[in-house]
Design a protein around this ligand. Structure first.
Ligand SMILES: Cc1cc2nc3c(=O)[nH]c(=O)nc-3n(C[C@H](O)[C@H](O)[C@H](O)COP(=O)(O)OP(=O)(O)OC[C@H]3O[C@@H](n4cnc5c(N)ncnc54)[C@H](O)[C@@H]3O)c2cc1C
Length: 167
């Protein structure tokens, strides 16, 4: 941590790590009205997430139809059935499929996060059953829009980022 924590700091929730997982947990806790203390070990916010492609794979998400992309949870289930090795947590997988879009809707409604459809980006194994095709405007991915100039200036001071110009 580069910033000291006041000895009288008070929090309902302590989150460790300011990558996608930690920042999402912190944002949801704050949106629920809780006081959050987010601890980050490095001088940069963002972790691996900030240098990643930033794309979130959410099958049959609610922005796909307006982008002209057809999809269904059944097709996604079929694809994952031909992609993930057997023996995993079937219930966790089903929760991801059936509640992924709800999570994104929540974050967009209750936090500053905004996502947009990623066009022309196939699933990683496009030849497998249920995959979105390698050709054409079809993608289950969504990503953040580019940073605004103001956000980039602010972000460059604190973020380890591929979209902003932090070192
Ligand atoms: C080049 C690249 C492209 C990628 N593209 C994609 C993509 O498009 N879509 C996708 O879904 N995935 C992608 N990934 C994978 C994805 O980036 C990671 O799975 C994801 O970022 C992990 O998020 P996280 O929050 O778990 O970890 P991180 O983003 O790494 O965050 C962890 C944070 O915790 C901090 N931390 C660790 N230990 C402590 C501690 N003890 N105390 C305090 N802080 C601590 C770290 O400093 C870091 O800031 C990509 C990865 C790479 C490298």
């Amino acid at each position: 941590m580069t910033s000291a924590i006041a000895s009288d700091a008070c929090a309902d929730v302590i989150v460790v790590g300011a990558g996608a997982a930690g920042m999402t947990a912190a944002a949801v806790a704050a949106a629920q009205g809780l006081r959050v203390l987010l601890l980050e070990q490095s001088r940069w916010i963002g972790g691996t997430t900030a240098i990643s492609g930033g794309m979130v794979w959410i099958p049959a998400n609610h922005k796909m139809p307006s982008a002209g992309i057809a999809d269904s949870l059944d097709e996604a289930r079929r694809y994952l059935g031909h992609t993930i090795p057997p023996g995993g947590d079937a219930q966790a997988l089903e929760t991801f499929l059936t509640r992924g879009d709800e999570a994104i809707r929540y974050l967009e409604a209750r936090t500053a996060l905004r996502l947009q459809p990623v066009m022309r980006y196939p699933d990683y194994y496009p030849e497998r059953p249920g995959a979105t095709p390698a050709a054409g405007c079809s993608s289950r991915y969504r990503s953040m829009p580019r940073c605004s100039a103001a956000h980039s200036r602010c972000c460059a001071r604190r973020c380890r980022s591929s979209c902003c110009s932090a070192a």
